[in-house]
Every structure is written in structure tokens, then in C-alpha cells.
Design a binder for this molecule. Structure first.
Ligand code: CDP
Ligand code: MG
Length: 740
């Protein structure tokens, strides 16, 4: 094989440190390379490995977008065709060949290769990039590699990290003689970045907060920000929303030296909105501004534009609107200014409501600093944060590792699917809580994802295998699996329900200090969708309304409609997004169930599918509490009907539910939340027989009073069926044998 000519860009810190790095790799099995973003870790390390004679290098990235762009970049630097010496593997696409020595891939792909190649023998070098992100995949890989390294003495492992706590990786990979793995620090030249705080005039922010933040208290911001914003925009009011704030920040930067702007936003939808607004704001401008979005679902060609020279004549500047992919994994060239909305979509499991969500959250201080640091790569720069300094100070220092933010049920499920064996013995960087692990097994057994044969290792069932491929709360995944089995019409109805449950409620209730008339209006608006037997069907009604309106109205009219109907527009869009993702994940098998019928599917079938994920979240009405509440005269304080739930809990239906006044005999709830009392939210009436059918062996049957019945001419008895301690069928006659 002809060797490529390897040249290192002289300006990169990694190039300067390459002898030191090469020596460390030669002498140690595990090496940690820490350095500021943009110092050349990602693009230069594989070349150093190549020069060391490594033949089969796996180079992992947390995101597909990064894996592909970096492969292109490395191929370009080595003057080779992509797919030849340098290739990449991501879900759905491969660009590798027998000649490939450097393979970029997502960390998920490498994890999957363990199935077929337990010791990852196809590689002699593994680079785990962006390890500081501590995604679940990175933690799985680092745990697994820790375990197999003694069996693969020839394997080299290189872990790269932004300058965030590289010591934790070094300590995890302590060698047999007690030495932690060496850390090579590559310090890059960086220039000072001036931080300016420009919080939104958010109604939620207290006046002191906005004032303190706006003036950049305690920080030599150089000028009084609030005044400068206003002096240039005499007619404009202070921006109330993110999009307005971004345009205002760009106007502020118009008075600064030329240079491109990188804007950090939480997701694709926000990027599209901001792009529209920025283009609009600069449409009639004499010197044009080029707006470039950068997020995962863009086409490769669109992503590419960010790394190419602009073709626009007389361009004033570029404005790149990016998700946190540009925070550490991709370096957008030419950036002098950063505008940081301060948020990201962070996957998070709520132990309280037991739901995995992808809420937009404030990023950590470390992330915010990474973001602003992007402005100081080539010369001194400015970062405008669209939040207050107080807000910054209150943020956590680091983002928690994903393993602490994920439902352990998902973690256990993935470990079983990867064949990692006993979770309590796995060498995690951060081990999960052991009580949590037990609860995770309970849940997985409940939804039929895991078999726990006595005395042997837990096994994934077929349903479990399907669920493990679905990146969402296992309960919700179970609902979709069941819906797909029931047929495509049921799946079509259940998908928006599951999407709706995965996000925060789009219905907004005005706060308690809002005028009564406003609160009544919101209630009236929301009441239009209520189905008195099922809050899930209420969601479907709301969904249908939103879809129709979205089709009919333009995007700004739709946004106004949402506001006037007390529906949160950002969450509505999130609902649409999640729905679209779920649709690509689950398809009903063509032959399954009844043929798709016109109109709405059988509501019972929809509810049975939902119940498949909620077996331990059912309740049977406690008659004593029900009768009191029914007998009470009008106007008197009603006693609230209570339900007996699984494992001895008692709950009542949440006041916002459409079933609140109905008190059906048996219910299921999507969430059981403890506040001042225990409430079930998003509830529907069920037939307990459905639960019995779905529960299989989990349902316990107890036979009493066996006797001979003359009428039946048979031995009969009574049977009680319980599920997690809930009497779902209190007494039913069973017949043993008939004698002719
Ligand atoms: O991984 P790290 O953040 O340390 O740096 P890198 O991604 O290897 O980037 C090193 C340099 O290559 C930066 O100056 C990037 O701007 C540049 N680069 C580029 O221009 N185009 C790419 N597709 C990738 C990197
Ligand atoms: Mg990198």
C-alpha cells in the first residue's frame, strides 16, 4: 500500500505536540489527549496514528454529522479519495473499503460491532473522541474497552477530551502497576473574548435579574449594554423572544469589526425560525448577510457550505446558526463573534414522573464557556449571551453524564442488548445507583422486555429487543410496539399520543396571578378538546386540531393562533418533531391486524396498546371514597375519589383531567406524580380484563370456596385476579369440570 504524504498544519497545537503524543502512544496502551477545541485533536490524531504504523483505526464521534464531515476533512488533508484510505460508517451509510485504515464512525456504530466482534479485533487503534460529553455510548465504550484491554495487549486506546476533567479518564484507566493513563495537554493559542450579557426581557425574570444581567455587573463589558441596545434601535422595544434577541445582537455586532457570527440554538426548529427572522431583518441591507444553518438533519451539501468560502458578492458577514454540534465537535472557520441562546436539548429522565424527555434546558457553565471560546480562535472576539450573568452564575459547572440523566431501564435494556452481562460488575466511569437498577428490572419485566428465569441471567425478549432499538422511554416504546401489532390505524392514532406524552404539555395554564378572565378563557379553549372518557383521546383531538390549523395557516399565523388559544408554540412544534421521528422508528407490519380503516380506529384498541406500557399504573376505584363524593350536595366541598394502585399506593385523578368528575371503576394513568398528594395525570377508563390479558404471568390468580354447583352441574369456585397487588377482578366464578 502506498503511504500518503502526511503534513501537519503548523499552526495547530497538536501538530506542535505530535512527537510527545506519538511517544505516549508508543509507550502506553491508553493515552488521554486534552486540549481546547480547534487545537487539532480530531483531525490530526488519526494522522499521528497512521505515521506510527497503526493499520486499522476506529475514530468515534457522538454525532453522525461530525463523523461524516471529519472523514471528509481528514481525507482532504491526506489528499485521498473518501472511502479509500479514510472512510466513515454511520447509520444507513458506509463509505469504507478494504483499503480503509482510518474509519470515522458514530460511537453507536462501534458499540454495535461488539455483537459480531467481541474483542473488536478488526481494529488495532481506537480513538474515542469528545469523551468529555460523557454520552451513554461513550460511557459504555469506555467501560467495555476497560474490560477487554487486558485481552488485547496490541490495542491502543486514545481518548480525547476538551479541557474538562481529563483526570477522570486517566484514573479510570489506571494500569496494573497503579499508574493512571498519561494525559497529554495540548494548549492552543486563544485570544481574549469579551462576554456581554443581553438577557431577554422575559416576563419570568425578576426585574433585578434583568437589570443586573443587562448591565453586565462586575464584568468590564466595555459599555453599558442596555443603553447601547436602545440607542441604536430607538423605535424597537427590548426583545421579548429569542429570535428578536438574536436580531438585536446582530445589530449590535454590526457596529464592530468584520467577522463571522456563530449562533447557538437548541434545535432545528429554533434554527429555522431564527434563519427566517435574520434573513428578513437584513433583506434590504446594502451589504448582504449570508445565513447558514447547521444541524444534524441537513443534507450533506447544505452542511458543507459552512466549511466553504462564500459565493455571495460583497458579503458583509456570515451568520451560522448551529446546534451544540458546533460547541466542541465541529470548528466553523472564520468565527469572530458568538451569540449564545444558552440552551440545548438535553435528554433527561424524570424520576418523579418516570418519563424520559428531551427538554430544552440551560446549558452548563462549561458548555457556555466552550461556546464563547469559539469567538477567540483567530483573533480577539465577542460573545453575546442572551441571558444574565446571574443566570450564568447559577448554572451547574458541568453537564451531568448522560447515565445519570437516563432512565436506568433504558441503560439496562441497552446493556442486555449489547450482551454486557451483569450490570453490577460492569466497570462504569460513574456506576448507576443499585436501587435504581432493581427498579429498572422491575419495569422491564412489567412491560415484557426482559425474562428473569430463576437462577440464570436475565434475557431480552423479542419485545425487549424491539424496544432496545427505540431511543425513548421503554414504556412508550412498548405502547408503540403493541400498537404496531394491532394494525396501522391503531399505530397512526397512538403515535401522536406517545409523542405528546414524551414532551411537556402544550396546553398552557396562565399563572395564578393572571386575571380570572384570562384563566377562564384558557380553560374554555382547552375544554374544546376534552374527551370525557380518556385524556389520551383528548390529546388526539388536540393533535388533529393543530395539524389542520398548521396546514391552513402560514407559520406566523399559526404561531399567533397557538398563543391566542393558550397553546405553547415551541412545544407544539416539538410535538410535531417527535411525532415525525417516531414515525420513522416504528412501522406496522403490512400483514398485521385488521386492514387500515377509514377514520378513527377502535378506541378500545388504542387504549389496549397504551395499557401495554402502563400495567403498573392502573387503579381501581375505592368505592367508599367514590360514594361520598357522589352523594355530597352541590356547592359543598367534594371529597375526592381515590384509587387503589399498584404496590399499595393510592392516588386520585389530577384536577386538569377530563375524567375528574367521572370516577370510572378502573383507570390507567400515563404519569403518577406526587405533589401535595398523589395524582394520576393523563388518565383513561379501562376494562380490567385488558390488563389481565396483557399481564400474562404477572397476573396472580387466587381460587376460593370451591364447591359443587347443582345448577352448573360442575365443580365451581371463585377466583380473584390481582396485578401488582391491585384487585383487577375481585370475584369471578370459574368452573372446573362438567359431569355429563
Ligand atoms: O478536535 P479539535 O477541536 O481539537 O480540532 P479539529 O476539529 O481537529 O480542528 C482543527 C482545525 O481544522 C480547526 O482550525 C478547524 O477549523 C479546521 N477544520 C476545518 O477547517 N474544516 C473541517 N471540516 C474540520 C476542521
Ligand atoms: Mg474535535
Amino acid at each position: 500500500m502506498s503511504s500518503p504524504v502526511i503534513v501537519y498544519p503548523p499552526e495547530l497545537p497538536v501538530s506542535a505536540a505530535r512527537d510527545e503524543i506519538a511517544a505516549a502512544i508508543r509507550d502506553h496502551q491508553v493515552v488521554i489527549v486534552a486540549g481546547a477545541t480547534g487545537s487539532g485533536k480530531t483531525t490530526q490524531l488519526p494522522k499521528i496514528c497512521l505515521e506510527l504504523g497503526r493499520e486499522r483505526i476506529a475514530h468515534t464521534q457522538p454525532r453522525r454529522l461530525a463523523a461524516r464531515t471529519i472523514a471528509e476533512r481528514v481525507a482532504e488533508e491526506l489528499h485521498v479519495e473518501l472511502g479509500d484510505l479514510v472512510g466513515y460508517k454511520v447509520r444507513f451509510t458506509d463509505q469504507v473499503s478494504d483499503a480503509t485504515r482510518i474509519a470515522l464512525m458514530t460511537d453507536g456504530i462501534l458499540l454495535n460491532e461488539i455483537h459480531r466482534d467481541r474483542l473488536l479485533r478488526r481494529y488495532d487503534t481506537i480513538i474515542i473522541d469528545e469523551a468529555h460529553e460523557r454520552s451513554l455510548n461513550v460511557d459504555f465504550l469506555l467501560g467495555y474497552l476497560h474490560r477487554i484491554l487486558p485481552e488485547r495487549p496490541d490495542l491502543k486506546l486514545i481518548i480525547t477530551s476538551a479541557t474538562i476533567d481529563p483526570e477522570s479518564f486517566a484514573a479510570h484507566f489506571t494500569s496494573r502497576n497503579g499508574e493512571p493513563a498519561p494525559i497529554v495537554e495540548v494548549s492552543g493559542r486563544t485570544y481574549p473574548v469579551e462576554i456581554r450579557y443581553r438577557p431577554l426581557s422575559d416576563a419570568d425574570a425578576t426585574p433585578e435579574e434583568s437589570a443586573a444581567g443587562g448591565r453586565g455587573r462586575g464584568r468590564p463589558a466595555g459599555r453599558d449594554s442596555v443603553k447601547s441596545l436602545r440607542s441604536s434601535e430607538p423605535a424597537a422595544t427590548e426583545p421579548e423572544d429569542e429570535v428578536g434577541a438574536i436580531v438585536a445582537a446582530l445589530r449590535e455586532l454590526d457596529r464592530e469589526a468584520p467577522g463571522d457570527v456563530l449562533v447557538f440554538l437548541p434545535g432545528e426548529a429554533e434554527i429555522r425560525d431564527a434563519a427566517e427572522a435574520v434573513r428578513g431583518a437584513y433583506r434590504s441591507s446594502t451589504s448582504p448577510v449570508e445565513v447558514l444553518p447547521l444541524y444534524g438533519r441537513l443534507s450533506a451539501a447544505e452542511q458543507h457550505r459552512v466549511f466553504e468560502k462564500s459565493k455571495v458578492a460583497g458579503l458583509r458577514r456570515r451568520v451560522v446558526l448551529a446546534t451544540n454540534v458546533a460547541e466542541t465537535s465541529l470548528t466553523v472557520p472564520g468565527i469572530k463573534y458568538v451569540i449564545d441562546a444558552g440552551t440545548a436539548r438535553i435528554s433527561r429522565y424524570s424520576a418523579r414522573s418516570k418519563v424520559q424527555r428531551l427538554p430544552i434546558e440551560a446549558v452548563s457553565q462549561a458548555s457556555a464557556n466552550q461556546r464563547s471560546g469559539r469567538a477567540g480562535r483567530q483573533s480577539s472576539g465577542i460573545a453575546i449571551r442572551l441571558y444574565s450573568e446571574d443566570d450564568f452564575e447559577k448554572r451547574p459547572e458541568f453537564t451531568e453524564p448522560e447515565i445519570l440523566r437516563t432512565s436506568l431501564a433504558s441503560v439496562v435494556l441497552q446493556m442486555l442488548s449489547l450482551g454486557f452481562g451483569d450490570i453490577t460488575e460492569f466497570p462504569f466511569l460513574t456506576p448507576p445507583d443499585s436501587r435504581g437498577v432493581k427498579a429498572a428490572f422491575d419495569l422491564l419485566t412489567e412491560i415484557g422486555a426482559v425474562d428473569l428465569p430463576r437462577g440464570s441471567q436475565p434475557r431480552l425478549t423479542r419485545v425487549g429487543r424491539e424496544i432496545s432499538r427505540m431511543p425513548m422511554d421503554p414504556r412508550f416504546a412498548r405502547m408503540l410496539v403493541e400498537a404496531a401489532r394491532a394494525g396501522s390505524d391503531v399505530l397512526t392514532a397512538v403515535t401522536p399520543i406517545v409523542a405528546g406524552l414524551s414532551i411537556q404539555d402544550v396546553r398552557e395554564r396562565p399563572s395564578a396571578d393572571a386575571p380570572q378572565s384570562v384563566r377562564d378563557e384558557a380553560d374554555r379553549m382547552h375544554a374544546r378538546f376534552v374527551d370525557p372518557t380518556s385524556d389520551f383521546l383528548t390529546l388526539v383531538n388536540l393533535w388533529n386540531h393543530l395539524r389542520e390549523q398548521q396546514k391552513e395557516l402560514g407559520s406566523s399565523a399559526f404561531r399567533r393562533m397557538c398563543r391566542s388559544e393558550h397553546l405553547n408554540y415551541v412545544r407544539v412544534r416539538e410535538w410535531f418533531d417527535v411525532h415525525r421521528q417516531l414515525k420513522t422508528l416504528v412501522k406496522a407490519p403490512k400483514h398485521s391486524g385488521r386492514p387500515a380503516t377509514e377514520g378513527a380506529p377502535d378506541p378500545d384498541a388504542v387504549h389496549r396498546a397504551i395499557l401495554a406500557g402502563l400495567l403498573s399504573q392502573i387503579g381501581i376505584l375505592d368505592e367508599r371514597t367514590a360514594s361520598t363524593s357522589k352523594n355530597k350536595a352541590k356547592g359543598e366541598k367534594r371529597r375526592i375519589a381515590e384509587y387503589r394502585g399498584a404496590r399499595g399506593i393510592r392516588f386520585s385523578i389530577f384536577p386538569g383531567s377530563g375524567l375528574r368528575r367521572k370516577s370510572p371503576q378502573a383507570v390507567m394513568a400515563a404519569e403518577i406524580v406526587e405533589t401535595s398528594r398523589t395524582y394520576a395525570r393523563t388518565v383513561a377508563a379501562i376494562d380490567p380484563a385488558w390488563a389481565e390479558a396483557l399481564a400474562g404471568d404477572l397476573a396472580k390468580r387466587q381460587v376460593t370456596e370451591p364447591h359443587w354447583s347443582k345448577d352448573a352441574g360442575a365443580a365451581v369456585a371463585y377466583e380473584k385476579v390481582t396485578l401488582f397487588g391491585v384487585e383487577i377482578i375481585p370475584k369471578r366464578r370459574v368452573q372446573f369440570a362438567r359431569i355429563d
